[in-house]
Design a protein around this ligand. Structure first.
Ligand SMILES: Nc1ncnc2c1ncn2[C@@H]1O[C@H](COP(=O)(O)OP(=O)(O)OP(=O)(O)O)[C@@H](O)[C@H]1O
Length: 691
């Protein structure tokens, strides 16, 4: 698209041939019914008046002579009129240029003098007829020439009119082409001086152009032509139409497919601000992952609500959502989510589940002949084209809905996951019919590494600190005039959206999200109920993969009318650790878990069990107790454990915590637990759900 624009921009220059010079009239046949004669007439018309005036003077001379040939009084009157008319012309031309004033006065003086002489002596007397035949066309032509020159001077196609502006900003010899004027948007092709200036120079001058025009910096943008280093398009949006807040009124496409665009606000020219998640093989568009970045108060919450309400209103998508802020903003939508967890360890479980779901989903898509997810994949598989049966008959497998995995306020989660894990997820998720969303409060390098940032191709860049602009937007988009740092949190909801499917020349156009007020809560609740009843349910392949990791912690979306299962609780992460990296209570720090337990006569495996009775359980009994404890955690949906979680259990069973730490290590060796990225915390490998 940008490419097409730039091609058009090239042709708009007057020096690029007849097309621009002829103007739209030639193409549309405007004023001439489409014929060449009509066109020529249309072009000649403005130049006729001087010729008509010459003709009228000749006729007036003949008529005057017929009436006043022998009248002395008429001679005096005509001479006086001629002088007066010339004087009046000179006086009236005061406000105009010196040149035009002189030209007009000479024309009037010559015309009126000839008329006076013709009236008195006759138009053919002496040299009068020759004077008329030679002088008349000369005077008329002088006006025609003048008109042609003036038109070219004032023509915005020429470089003259705009040279002032570009000269002012240090781009002398650059040219502006035909400006396309729309309501509140002027677009003009730019050709910079060959061999002297580059698109970079233009990008650097945008601030000065805005200053010369007395406009905010964000009102002036430049879209460089990808095929040229000295051509592009200057876009000026004089009035900030985003100043008016527009409230969210409901989803744009209830019951539509997730493949259709998500509408989250509008651009400054009023067109819809939209983005696409799944790829489209026909449109050559890749699926994408999204970063929602903005400083506190920039309107990140509302941007996320816009996205989430759009997603939940589609028929073929499920959402897994992690929110460390305990669903403060998203509570009304929670019943519509397939899986909702708070931050901390439940989020780790979700990450592990996503990792497990990706290969399972990719395999299923491949087995059914899909190179990437398309809406058809979410329907029951009834075609021969998409069957997993070796005999080629329709397999009838249930469809696989698109999956959105969303990590709200994700800085900690990403740090814990590590770059490799996250970039691995994002790379592989694209072929698994999945989009990852990450929202970040402080979009900066200390919150997210460059490789993680690079794995999120789409961004919704809300207001940020000017120093973080380079983190959220690419150099190209910044060079085109995007300035999220200029908004900070003073313009909530203002954003730039960079995402596949959006024309690149839109990347630097600001948009604004819809605002969510208390009135929206009721609509969101209704939407969540709609999603519960009509939204997609998890397919068996994804459900199997996630259950194998999350066990009973994954419940799927609650049925309408059911209580939403409580989101998994976060556990404290800042507990002290012993020197082996295991979590211990402060009073246990320093105890060697491998050392013989006090009072134990049977070695390290003997728990302090049933001390009241003095009975000491055998190591085997103690191990069974521990296994039952893990099962209990698993059935309660608590899939990540550390020594801290066994405190009550230890007290109940008179077991020591160091002993528990040793058992945890042992269970990890036996495959019952998996280490997590947090030292001393283990993820239970489910046996109940898998059984
Ligand atoms: N598109 C919008 N138009 C007008 N006002 C908006 C828009 N989006 C958000 N706001 C308002 O801006 C304020 C801040 O928004 P919000 O709480 O969503 O910011 P935030 O970036 O999520 O901040 P934090 O990270 O601190 O929660 C709120 O009062 C909200 O109503």
């Amino acid at each position: 698209m940008a490419r097409n624009n730039s091609r058009r921009a090239r042709h708009d220059f007057p020096d690029d041939g007849m097309l621009a010079f002829a103007g739209p009239g030639l193409l549309s046949g405007e004023g001439g019914g489409g014929s060449v004669r009509g066109y020529l007439l249309h072009r000649v018309k403005p130049h006729l008046p001087p010729w008509l005036a010459v003709g009228a003077t000749g006729v007036a001379g003949a008529l005057g002579h017929w009436r006043w040939a022998d009248s002395a009084a008429a001679g005096v009157g005509l001479t006086l009129s001629s002088v007066l008319l010339t004087g009046a012309t000179w006086w009236a031309g005061k406000a105009t240029s010196q040149q035009r004033r002189l030209h007009s006065a000479i024309t009037v003086a010559a015309g009126s003098a000839w008329l006076t002489a013709a009236c008195l002596a006759g138009p053919t007397a002496g040299p009068l007829d020759d004077l008329f035949l030679m002088g008349g066309p000369v005077v008329a032509l002088s006006w025609n020439v003048r008109m042609v020159l003036r038109r070219n001077d004032a023509d915005p196609q020429g470089d003259g009119a705009d040279k002032g502006l570009l000269e002012k900003v240090g781009l002398a010899r650059a040219m502006l082409g035909t400006a396309k004027v729309e309501p509140n948007r002027v677009t003009a092709p730019v050709a910079l001086a060959a061999g002297e200036q580059t698109n970079d120079d233009m990008a650097k001058s945008l601030g000065r152009i805005a200053s010369a025009l007395d406009l905010p910096t964000s009102a002036v943008r430049y879209n460089p032509d990808p095929d040229s280093s000295r051509r592009g398009e200057l876009v000026i949006v004089p009035e900030d139409m985003l100043g008016d807040v527009v409230e969210w009124e409901g989803p744009s496409n209830l019951g539509g497919s997730i493949a259709e665009p998500l509408v989250i606000g509008r651009y400054d020219d009023g067109s819809p601000l939209q983005m696409w998640l799944p790829g489209d093989p026909e449109a050559g568009r890749n699926s994408t992952h999204v970063l929602v970045a903005g400083m506190s108060g920039s309107g990140k919450g509302d941007a996320a609500l816009n996205l989430l309400t759009e997603i939940l209103s589609r028929r073929d998508v499920i959402v897994w959502f992690s929110d460390p802020k305990a669903f403060q903003d998203f509570a009304p939508l929670r019943p519509g989510l397939d899986w909702a967890v708070e931050g901390g360890s439940p989020t780790e479980v979700m990450v592990a589940a996503v990792q497990a779901a990706i290969p399972a989903r990719t395999r299923w898509l491949g087995a059914h002949g899909y190179r990437q997810w398309v809406p058809e994949a979410a329907e029951q598989q009834t075609s021969r084209e998409h069957t997993c049966r070796p005999d080629g008959r329709p397999c009838g497998c249930p469809g696989m809905p698109f999956l959105v995995a969303w990590w709200e306020e994700a800085a900690n989660t990403l740090r814990n996951m590590g770059d490799d894990a996250f970039t691995g997820i994002t790379q592989e998720a694209r072929s698994a019919g999945m989009a990852a969303f990450v929202s970040l409060q402080r979009p900066s390098y200390d919150q997210m590494s460059t490789s993680t940032r690079a794995s999120l191709p789409s961004v919704i860049a809300l207001g940020c600190d000017p120093r973080d602009e380079g983190f959220v937007l690419s150099d190209d988009v910044l060079a085109a005039g995007a300035r999220p740092g200029a908004w900070g949190n003073r313009r909530p909801g203002y954003c730039y959206v960079v995402s596949p499917g959006i024309p690149e020349d839109r990347y630097a156009s600001p948009g604004r999200t819809f605002r969510f007020t208390h009135r929206a809560v009721e609509v969101m609740e209704l939407l969540a109920q709609w999603a519960q009843r009509n939204g997609a349910t998890t397919d068996p392949v994804t459900a199997g993969a996630v259950s194998a990791v999350a066990g009973t912690a994954y419940t799927g979306r609650a049925q309408p009318g059911d209580e939403q299962p409580a989101p998994l609780r976060a556990v404290q992460e800042d507990e002290p650790m012993d020197n082996s990296g295991l979590l211990v209570d402060p009073e246990d720090a320093g105890i060697d878990p491998e050392a013989d337990l006090p009072g134990s006569e049977q070695g390290d495996d003997t728990p302090i069990f049933g001390q009241e009775t003095g009975r000491k359980p055998t190591p085997e009994e103690a191990r069974q107790l521990f296994a039952r404890a893990l099962e209990e955690f698993e059935s309660n949906g608590q899939m990540i454990v550390g020594p801290k979680d066994f405190m009550d259990w230890c007290e109940r069973n008179n077991l020591s915590r160091p002993w528990v730490s040793a058992r945890l290590k042992e269970a990890a060796e036996n495959g019952r637990l998996e280490p997590t990225n947090t030292t001393g915390r283990w993820r239970i490998v489910p046996t109940l759900a898998a059984a």
